[in-house]
Design a protein around this ligand. Structure first.
Ligand SMILES: Cc1cc2nc3c(=O)[nH]c(=O)nc-3n(C[C@H](O)[C@H](O)[C@H](O)COP(=O)(O)OP(=O)(O)OC[C@H]3O[C@@H](n4cnc5c(N)ncnc54)[C@H](O)[C@@H]3O)c2cc1C
Length: 442
């Protein structure tokens, strides 16, 4: 037995972990009596990739085809985004959608239907996905796309591994001229201002804001909006222009052990926020920077999740419809501030329209907050869930470790259809996770 957890280090469980580097091994496991869940690189925060039996795709990681003229890429599900970037960026291509870490697998990207800083313009990962092969509960391998086995395609994108094991995938890349981003940072004094700024910058491809959740009064919701576009060759400095598609090597910091639980508290977070806000001296500043610090600032610190101590943490990410976003965000941030439960990482993004079967995004604002696990936290998050529900929002499954089934069933509008498809293709619950059991998806 092996101890495993998601990125939040909560919960930690024992599992019998299998792994595969041939599709046949997955089929053999499917034919055994055990139920199990697929695992990628364990960057989901909660319990979606946890169960007493698991199968890891990490060895199933060959790149299969790269059409350099059209930017079409095919690989096995265990290939990491970081590995794809290493191959495609020097050829002038980039991932169509990427989350805040490049250490996720292609299988994990599909199962969570991940979004990035460009959702308002370019949608989620599944919108760039041409097809995938899925090992199903009956031991067959099915090719799925929006045209072929379309019900399975829809239920697998965002379906958290409950329809089968994704084996290979083909998706479209986006063309870039350089490996750099033309970034602009704009300070916002408060929540009203940041919401207006997002809307003024809707035409820009990438945007997100860091938001200070502990400030009250006139500075309530003060933030820094970070926007960016892939830089053109003309925008590079002389030094950068020497090798526009290659980045200089950077050393990574490591957090070698869990921090003591007192290290992160209201005071240290307030101090961090004050420094971070002050660091950006001018109201608006622009620079051309490598794509890595723009998309993956946290990847520069390996194992940063240990900062939250042995008990782990929960990332709470919700989305609210555009019409209720301002009121709902004010309500939620006010509750967090009053509770003194500030989050180091509080990231606000604007989503565009999306109405798929089980994917998380909807048109509106999404906020992600990290909370170290401590007494009273889960009761407080239950209270926040009710607020999210009352404003018509929902919670992101790939971050979740504790939501009540009732909240989930109330907030995902196509849940009945999703569960029907899961039941049709996974009738004996062959693919089961702790999350699917908790959320009563069966
Ligand atoms: C620092 C950080 C920043 C992040 N930022 C974002 C963000 O901006 N946007 C966003 O959308 N997400 C974000 N995430 C979450 C992350 O992108 C997703 O959780 C992603 O699914 C993780 O992929 P993984 O390979 O680690 O999968 P795992 O965590 O191992 O698994 C996640 C889910 O995918 C399923 N799965 C994995 N492989 C397969 C397979 N082969 N077949 C079927 N199912 C499979 C699992 O069963 C599980 O349900 C972030 C995570 C971190 C740590």
């Amino acid at each position: 037995m092996t101890k495993i957890s998601g990125w939040g280090n909560y919960p930690i469980i024992e599992t019998k972990e299998a792994s595969f580097d041939r599709a046949k091994e997955v089929i053999n496991l499917i034919k055994s009596k055990d139920s199990f869940i697929a695992r990628g690189n364990a960057r989901s925060y909660g319990d979606s990739a946890l169960y007493s039996n698991t199968i890891s795709s990490q060895r199933y990681n060959r790149m299969l085809a790269f059409n350099e003229d059209e930017g079409i890429f095919t690989c096995e599900a265990g290939v990491l985004f970081s590995e794809i970037l290493d191959v495609v960026v020097p050829k002038g291509w980039f991932l169509p959608v990427t989350p805040g870490t490049k250490f996720i697998t292609v299988g994990g990207a599909i199962a969570s239907d991940i979004h990035g800083k460009n959702h308002h313009k370019e949608g989620s990962f599944s919108q760039h996905l041409m097809q995938f092969e899925l090992a199903c509960a009956d031991g067959t391998v099915k090719t799925c796309s929006r045209e072929e086995n379309s019900d399975l395609f829809e239920a697998t994108c965002g379906g958290m591994g409950l329809t089968g094991v994704i084996l290979t995938a083909t998706f479209k890349l986006k063309a870039i001229e350089t490996a750099y981003i033309n970034q602009t940072q704009t300070k916002a004094k408060n929540l009203d201002e940041i919401i207006d700024l997002f809307q003024q910058h809707e035409a820009v491809t990438y945007s997100m804001a860091w938001i200070d959740c502990l400030k009250g009064g006139k500075q309530f919701g003060r933030s820094i909006l970070i926007t960016g576009e892939h830089a053109t060759k003309d925008e590079l400095s002389q030094k950068q222009a020497k090798a526009p598609l290659h980045l200089p090597e950077k050393k990574k910091l490591n957090i070698p052990f869990n921090f003591p639980s007192f290290a992160l508290n209201e005071f240290s977070i307030k101090a961090f926020n004050a420094l971070y806000y002050a660091k950006n001296i001018r109201r608006v500043s622009s620079s051309v920077i490598p794509y890595e610090p723009f998309f993956y600032p946290l990847d520069a610190i390996l194992n940063w999740n240990r900062m939250y101590g042995k008990k782990g943490f929960v990332q709470y990410q919700f989305v609210l419809p555009l019409e209720t976003s301002k009121k709902g965000l004010t309500d939620i941030l006010e509750r967090i501030r009053k509770k003194g439960l500030g989050s180091f990482l509080a990231v606000l993004k604007l989503f565009g329209e999306q109405e798929d079967l089980i994917s998380f995004p909807m048109k509106g604002f999404t906020l992600a907050l990290d909370f170290p696990i401590k007494k009273g936290l889960f009761e407080f998050l239950d209270e926040l869930d009710k607020v999210v529900v009352s404003y018509g929002g929902r919670i992101y499954l790939t971050k979740d470790a504790r939501m009540d089934a009732k909240v989930f069933w109330e907030t995902y509008p196509h849940i009945d259809k999703f569960v029907d498809i899961v039941k049709k293709y996974n009738p004996q619950g062959k693919f089961t996770s702790l999350q699917s059991q908790r959320l009563l998806i069966k």
